[in-house]
Design a protein around this ligand. Structure first.
Ligand code: HEC
Ligand code: HEC
Ligand code: HEC
Ligand code: HEC
Ligand code: HEC
Ligand code: HEC
Ligand code: HEC
Ligand code: HEC
Length: 314
């Protein structure tokens, strides 16, 4: 009996080592740990390395979601992240037992205050020949206008409002450059791409006497998602939220006039009298691109002009 106990222990250790050894190549390849993303739709790619089932949890104690798409040694899926910091924990199983797990953090930056972004987070930089190599057994990169991209990035179109170039899978209209060894990088400012198709409007805005800072700088994608969005005009945030993400002094709603009731003028949550199908937002009075009137207003707010009475019958 005495000799048997250490022998059993040794066997157990060996068995455990074998199990651990079997999954030592288990890895969560994407999303990249400490990745800094600009879109909520990202890939989830796991190298099984001996595991036979994988589940993941996104942000918190919800039940793990089991990934089923087994493709050789890889599990390919996609995720929809929240804005800001996300924690993803991935668990590998073998024969129903947990054998390995990995926790990664990803930050989705949509008009975030720069100092809220953790310093050590970096963009994914996936499309180097080296990173693509293990995928080429099953995936194609390029060689068309974007059909091949869609296989992995279809999540970018998974929204109510989809921008026309995405509906035709025309990814390479905009992602056709290679810089720093990275294929498909979109260059900045993004207006260079928008000009292909919205050139007339952009030219008209450039002729305005007053031009809005970010539009003038060509940073159209600070406000518009180039791919798709839950909101009309592919806006990255609801309009008033979008404006106050930069104009923070207007976030408390103290703007324009105080009525007899002592309340400030509304900037959201009411129908816009000039177009009742829309919500009243900052853009009901200000043009986000440009205007010939001071403060980018849709018309002069000179007291002798009917600015207020465009919406009110006082
Ligand atoms: C053994 C074959 C195989 C390998 C290797 C492989 N994949 Fe996949 N992957 C597939 C198949 C099959 C699909 C499903 C295609 C479809 O939906 O039409 C897929 C789908 C995907 C998707 C889309 C998932 C979704 O549900 O939206 C992504 C992202 C992806 N793969 C990324 C990768 C990356 C990155 C690599 C390399 C690190 C890789 N794959 C390696 C076979 C593979
Ligand atoms: C095998 C799957 C796969 C295919 C095919 C693919 N991508 Fe990607 N792509 C990824 C992954 C994985 C990332 C890293 C970001 C993530 O986790 O979603 C990425 C990131 C990107 C990025 C961000 C910059 C970077 O390099 O990380 C761009 C831009 C991009 N892809 C464009 C394209 C375009 C354009 C095509 C078609 C020509 C394409 N992709 C085809 C998987 C794929
Ligand atoms: C109208 C131009 C345009 C088209 C068409 C377009 N993109 Fe983009 N895409 C951009 C720009 C610009 C960026 C840079 C980030 C930004 O400003 O939003 C970007 C960023 C990305 C990213 C990186 C997001 C991140 O998290 O950092 C991916 C991935 C991507 N595009 C994939 C695609 C794919 C796949 C298609 C085709 C289905 C496509 N794009 C079509 C303009 C475009
Ligand atoms: C390949 C052509 C093409 C490119 C490039 C392109 N767009 Fe578009 N875009 C369209 C078409 C077509 C429509 C739909 C027709 C329309 O409503 O004007 C559209 C619609 C829009 C709309 C909604 C307009 C509305 O009235 O509903 C916005 C906003 C927009 N694009 C912004 C952009 C931005 C920002 C860029 C640059 C990052 C860009 N587009 C690049 C073709 C393009
Ligand atoms: C500061 C944020 C912001 C910037 C920067 C911006 N837009 Fe817009 N854009 C908006 C908002 C908000 C709307 C919706 C206005 C409304 O609700 O009436 C809009 C509407 C649009 C429309 C549809 C309505 C129209 O006027 O035709 C197009 C097209 C468009 N933008 C293209 C662009 C292009 C191209 C650029 C870059 C040159 C750009 N935008 C820069 C916020 C912005
Ligand atoms: C990406 C940051 C950013 C966003 C988002 C943004 N703005 Fe601006 N805005 C600026 C900058 C920069 C200026 C130029 C500096 C200044 O004069 O305040 C400016 C100037 C203005 C002005 C002119 C101020 C004056 O003194 O005449 C108005 C009005 C304005 N923005 C309204 C808006 C509205 C409405 C929205 C939402 C549709 C918006 N902004 C979204 C950055 C932004
Ligand atoms: C009902 C119309 C209306 C709405 C809605 C509105 N504004 Fe204004 N805004 C004005 C008028 C009128 C002025 C000029 C006030 C003045 O002359 O002192 C102005 C001035 C401004 C200015 C320049 C002067 C200053 O106070 O800094 C900025 C920036 C601005 N608005 C941003 C915004 C933002 C951001 C929103 C949404 C939160 C918004 N506005 C909503 C009518 C509006
Ligand atoms: C783009 C349309 C628009 C313009 C321009 C506009 N307003 Fe308003 N205003 C509204 C809406 C919508 C409400 C909310 C009405 C409701 O509660 O149903 C409102 C409410 C008010 C109120 C009541 C606030 C309260 O709750 O006590 C006052 C006062 C007011 N506006 C004054 C003005 C003045 C003064 C001007 C000109 C400087 C002006 N408005 C320009 C749309 C506008």
């Amino acid at each position: 009996m005495r000799a048997f106990v250490p022998a059993l222990a040794l066997l157990l250790i060996l068995a455990a080592a074998q199990l651990a050894g079997a999954v030592d190549k288990f890895a969560v390849l994407y999303p990249a740990d400490k990745g800094l993303y600009e879109e909520e739709a990202v890939s989830l790619v796991v190298r099984l390395g001996g595991a036979d089932e994988v589940s993941y949890k996104l942000n918190g104690p919800k039940k793990g979601i089991i990934l089923k798409k087994g493709k050789g040694d890889y599990l390919c899926g996609s995720l929809r992240l929240n804005r800001g910091l996300n924690r993803i924990s991935v668990t590998a199983m073998r024969g129903g037992k947990e054998v390995a797990s990995k926790e990664i953090s990803v930050f989705v930056d949509v008009n975030t205050e720069p100092d809220l972004i953790p310093d050590d987070f970096t963009p994914p930089n996936f499309h180097t020949r080296q990173n693509e190599a293990p995928c080429t057994a099953c995936h194609k990169f390029g060689g068309d206008y974007g059909e091949s991209c869609f296989v992995c990035h279809k999540g970018l179109a998974d929204n109510e409002y989809v921008h026309w170039p995405i509906t035709i899978k025309g990814c390479l209209i905009c992602h056709n450059t290679e810089s720093n060894g990275l294929k498909y990088q979109a260059l900045r400012p993004a207006v260079r791409y928008c000009k292909f198709c919205h050139g007339d409007k952009i030219a008209a805005w450039e002729k305005n006497y007053y031009r809005h800072g970010p539009t003038q700088a060509g940073d159209c994608t600070m406000c518009h998602d180039p791919h798709s969005s839950e909101r009309q005009y592919f806006l990255r945030l609801q309009t008033t939220d979008l404006c106050v993400s930069c104009h923070q002094d207007k976030a408390n709603g103290e703007h324009i006039v105080r009525g007899f009731s002592g309340k400030w003028h509304p900037v959201r949550g009411k129908p816009d009298p000039r177009d009742p199908s829309k919500e009243l937002t900052c853009a009901s009075c200000h043009n986000p691109h440009g205007s010939n009137f001071k403060h980018l207003l849709f018309m002069s707010s000179d007291p002798n002009k009917p600015f207020c009475t465009k919406c009110h019958m006082f």
